[in-house]
Design a binder for this molecule. Structure first.
Ligand SMILES: *Cc1c(COP(=O)(O)O)cnc(C)c1O
Length: 359
């Protein structure tokens, strides 16, 4: 097609797993926690669906503000943290700017970088051309001092830190992120999609650093991927700029209503988070007992390594979806921690597959 931009010609559309399945453990979705609470929502809002929504989602931002104790002037909301990532790039990226992150990490950083004409530089576990060691160690943990050196050398406009990291599950210590913030001129964007399962959020530090942006979502720990709500936190000046480029009415009224209700009742996630941690540790142990290499996780998923050929397909034949990877991560798999029953179905199937392998 002759009109399409040269620089995005080989982009592929995002492929979600939407076939039939019995157990879905491929997208880090949480449990459906708010069904009963949502049933009590007053249908009164329906009478206003002919009107545009509140453009800046004021009521919702007020609720989020109470929930996390951050002024509402320092909050922007939108369609998932995916929109937040885009808004950051829209506001700050000029042609050819560099975005520094690591690999493996959330794949959309690379895609959005291309779309917004930035050069994505992903630090991986390999040594540099000059032989200097990588900031990323073999177990996907990070050497913060080496990362700061690389940031200095590469001079990116933005450093994108997924913390805890998807798909590795690795959590960078808060002290390390603060060290990075103090030692770089770049904007540091911390994607905290999974932080509820861990500790060390940066949201309390947004006034302390003029170069800090934090992204959050309701898609994972709150189990609300279907309503598409993400939010951004930063000092009022950054938020002011982001608001100038945000589309008006970017968040629909239904999401605003449901998200307000969820956040007012968000204490119900505490139990769930504890359950996920127990299940996660049990799953990790079970995987290790099968002789698989398992990575420590601070999230609701587990990265593991297995040389079983076509493991994903074999699980899929049994109605179970997990996530595999290409591009240097062959033989690695990301497994979402499900509920007790789902995890058992998965483990039983995996044991069978391992047994077949050996016979
Ligand atoms: C799931 C995920 C997101 C996307 O979240 P949405 O709010 O659903 O758009 C963003 N970042 C990371 C690291 C994720 O894993």
């Amino acid at each position: 097609m002759k009109w399409i931009r040269e620089d995005i010609r080989d982009l592929k559309a995002y492929q979600a797993n939407e076939g039939d399945y019995k157990v879905k453990l491929d997208a880090n979705e949480g449990e459906n926690l708010f069904v009963e609470i949502f049933k009590n929502i007053d249908a009164d809002f329906l009478k206003d669906l002919n009107r545009y929504p509140n453009s800046n989602s004021d009521l919702l931002r007020e609720e989020i503000s109470k929930f996390i104790d951050v002024d509402m002037e320092k909050i922007v909301v939108g369609n998932g943290s995916s929109e937040m990532i885009e808004l950051v790039m829209k506001a700050f990226i000029e042609n050819g700017d560099k975005i520094l992150s690591f690999v493996p990490t959330f794949g959309m950083y690379n895609v959005y970088s291309r779309i917004y004409k930035a050069e994505f530089v992903g630090i991986n576990g390999k040594a540099d051309d000059d032989g200097s060691s990588s900031p990323m160690r073999e177990d996907f943990s990070l050497d913060i001092d080496r990362l700061i050196e690389e940031a200095e050398r590469i001079n990116p406009k933005i450093i994108l830190v997924c913390n805890p990291n998807n798909p590795t599950g690795y959590l960078m210590a808060k002290a390390d992120i603060e060290k990075l913030l103090k030692n770089t001129e770049s904007l540091v964007v911390v994607d905290e999609a999974y932080i509820e399962f861990a500790e060390g959020s940066m949201i309390d530090e947004i006034d302390k650093y003029d170069n800090l942006i934090v992204l959050r979502t309701l898609s994972k720990a709150l189990g609300l991927a279907g309503i598409r709500l993400g939010y951004m936190l930063a000092n009022a000046e950054i938020i002011g700029w982001v608001n100038k480029i945000k589309s008006p009415y970017n968040l629909n009224s239904l999401t605003q209503v449901y998200a307000v209700e969820a956040i007012r009742n968000s204490e119900i996630i505490d139990d769930y988070i504890e359950r996920v941690k127990v299940e996660r540790d049990r799953l990790s142990e079970d995987l290790e007992k099968l002789g698989l290499k398992v990575y420590d996780s601070s999230t609701n998923f587990i990265l593991f390594y297995s040389e079983i050929r076509g493991l994903c397909e074999k699980l899929e034949e049994r109605g179970i979806l997990i996530r595999d990877f290409s591009g240097g991560l062959e033989n690695y798999y990301r497994l979402t921690v499900g509920d007790r029953d789902e995890n058992k179905i998965f483990m039983d199937a995996l044991k069978e597959i391992v047994k077949d392998e050996k016979s």
